[in-house]
Design a protein around this ligand. Sequence first.
Ligand code: Q0N
Length: 286
Amino acid sequence: MAPAVHLGSGKVRELYALDDERLLLVATDRISTFDVVLPTEIPDKGRVLTGLSAFWFARTRSICPNHLLAVRSDGRSTECRRLEMLPIECVVRGYLTGSGWKDYVATGSTSGHALPPGLVESQELPEPIFTPATKATTGHDENIDAETAVELVGADRFREVERIALALYRFASAHAHERGIIIADTKFEFGLDPDGVLVLADEALTPDSSRFWPMDGYRPGQAQPSFDKQFVRDYCESLGWDKTDPGPELPENVVAGTRERYIEAFALLTGIDFDAYLDNPEIVLR
Ligand code: Q0N
C-alpha cells in the first residue's frame, strides 16, 4: 500500500491522504482547554471520539449521507471520502451559551436570529437555531448571518445545510436527552461529492465538536459544567494559569477522572461497553 501523505494537523486530529478519493482522519489523545492544547494526553480520548462519531454517522444516514468509509481496528482512525468542503462551519444551538450568549447579551440576536427578551445564560431556546460561522484558519471562528453564508455557499445550498443541520441536531439531541446528556450546541462540516451531493464530514456530535452537559444539575441562569472537560477546567482554574500557551501538565487524578467521563459519555450515548468497542470498533456501525 502507498504511504499516507500528511495533509494537516488540527489541534487534536491529524489528516492524511490515502489516495485521490480517500482520506485518513486520526483522532489523537490530545486535549485542548481554553483553546490551548495541553502537554498531557487523555488515554483513549481519540478512540472515544472516533467511536462516538462513527456511531452517529451510522444512525443518521437516513437524514444525510456521510463521508465515513471504514473505522480501522485501532479504533482511532477512520477512512473517509474526500470531498469538496463547504467554506462554513454549520453550528446549531439548542441552548444559549458561548458566543451565542455573548452575542445575545450585546445585541439581543445571534447570527441574525432575533431572540425573545429575558433569556438567561444556558437557557433552552424556543427552537434550535442555525448559526453558521466562518472557518478561521487562525484564531476564532466568527459567527456570520444568513446573508453572509449565502454569499459563501449560495442560497439553495444554504437552505439545504440549514435544514439538514437542524434535523441532525434534533435527532441527536433527543437521543442524548433520553440518556441524561444535553447537547447544548454542535458544529457540523459538510462537503460535496463529485455529483454535487451534500455529505456530512469531519467528526460529528462528539464532545469536541459540541457542548455536552450532564442533565442532572442543569441550572439555567449560569454557566453549566462540561460533561467531559470540567475536571481539567477546574484544575487549570485552581492554578491561576493565564490561559496562554503552554498549558499546564495534568496530574494523574485529573487524567483518570477525565478519561472516565469520556468513556461514560460513550457508554451512555451508544449503549455499548467501551471495552467491546476496543475489541471490535465496527460494533458501533451495527
Ligand atoms: C477536510 N477539514 C477540516 C482533521 C480535520 N472528507 C473530507 N474531504 C476533504 N477534506 C476534508 C474532509 C473531512 N473531514 C476537513 N480539512 C479537510 C477539519 N480537519 C482539521 C484537521 O484535522
